[in-house]
Ligand binder design. Structure first.
Ligand code: OSB
Ligand code: MG
Length: 369
């Protein structure tokens, strides 16, 4: 891979409506778009998905920028690679910071696939032409939740995920279930509970949930295993899985029966595929999580979710779920509950350069010699 330049674009865009969880609200989304250009002028795009503040994981936009410009890009300048598979190994000398690594690594995957004239989905072994789409309800009243669900079901989404916490769970999910007895539904707690809440969590078995996502703390996999033993509802881990090794250990001790894979959270496409392959061999279902992301990350998610083990609809919604106008063209659209997997080279979407310019906060460029 003959890299000529790497460009970083920090952008910021307001969400159409606030994304509310017990951890706080997201109203404005900052993100880092990473462009890698090779000496033939081929461009690959990745997205750094850390948030402005460390509410979901410890990374932020600023820490990602620091990692990229002071460590990851210099490492790539010093050690040229032949294939994107090599990036994850190269970045191992830098501890953690998976979202910063993933932003650059995914750009390299897009660049390589484009250089080969092949779609990224095909290149990584994707087998689907379309992927099933789900959507997240992140709001604080039952009235608002029911109204949003009605709209999303009209749009065709195949399953919903509802954010819960100890002051918004049994009654909230019960109200939704009464309106929609058969709707495939996930409850995501983002670590709002502890093992002291075991009776509260057992009560949620009443609602025939597809799964409960990350009920306990981000590093409580032992406690998740204790909880899983007591629940009928499968536990899905999100925050607890930041590497392949985490996934392997969690499965080994039965801390979860489903895994939400996010490319950024696990440090890149290579690691995400490794987790997929491990789970696929063992019959553990996986699905692709979301990060309130822009179109570049959404496009990488689509490629990932085309792998055969992604059997549950992911948090892969249309661009219009969050944005008035996305930074890719065409935008991601949901038709009959599905998103089609593009066949064009790389991620299969173009960059909406006008939108990048309009939302740009910081631009940095690095030349490779
Ligand atoms: O816990 O899955 C999560 C968004 C931001 C941070 C964490 C989570 C989420 C979501 C997915 O729930 C939202 C989306 O569809 O992008
Ligand atoms: Mg989650």
């Amino acid at each position: 891979m003959d890299i000529a330049t790497v460009d970083l674009y920090v952008i910021s865009m307001p969400l159409k409506s606030p994304f509310v969880t017990h951890l706080g609200e997201v109203r404005e989304r900052e993100g880092i778009i990473i462009k890698v250009t090779d000496k033939d002028g081929v461009e690959g795009y990745g997205e750094g998905v850390a948030f402005s503040t460390p509410w979901y994981t410890e990374e932020t936009v600023r820490t990602s920028l620091h990692m990229l410009e002071d460590f990851l890009i210099p490492l790539l300048q010093k050690h040229p690679i032949k294939h994107p598979e090599e990036a994850a190994g190269l970045f191992q000398s830098i501890r953690r910071n998976p979202m910063a690594k993933s932003g650059l690594e995914t750009a390299l995957w897009d660049l390589y696939a484009k250089g080969q004239g092949q779609s990224l989905a095909k290149m990584i072994g994707g087998t689907r032409e379309a992927i099933a789409s789900g959507v997240v309800i992140a709001t604080d009243t039952i009235t608002k939740a029911l109204k949003q669900i009605e709209g999303y079901l009209e749009d065709g989404y195949q399953r919903i995920k509802v954010k819960i916490n100890p002051s918004q769970d049994y009654e909230f999910l019960g109200a939704i279930r009464r309106h929609y007895p058969n709707l495939p539904m996930i409850a995501d707690a983002n670590s709002a509970y502890t093992l002291k809440d075991i009776e509260r969590l057992k009560a949620l078995d009443d609602f025939n949930l597809l799964m409960i996502e990350q009920p306990l703390d981000h590093d409580d996999i032992i406690e998740h295993a204790i909880l899983q033993e007591k629940l009928v509802t499968p536990i899905c881990l999100d925050e607890s899985i930041v590497s392949f090794e985490d996934a392997r250990k969690a499965i080994e001790i039965d801390a979860c029966r489903v895994i939400n894979i996010k490319i950024g959270r696990v440090g890149g496409l290579h690691e995400a595929i490794k987790i997929h392959d491990y789970c696929y061999e063992r019959g553990i279902p996986v699905w692709c999580g979301g990060m309130i992301e822009f179109g570049v990350s959404r496009a990488h998610n689509i490629a990932l979710a085309s792998l055969p083990g992604f059997t549950i609809p992911g948090d892969i919604s249309a661009s219009s779920r969050f944005w008035e106008e996305d930074i890719i063209t065409p935008e991601v659209v949901v038709k009959n509950g599905s998103v089609s997997v593009p066949e064009g080279p790389g991620i299969g979407f173009d960059i909406n350069e006008k939108k990048i310019r309009e939302t740009l906060l910081i631009k940095r460029s690095y030349t490779f010699y």
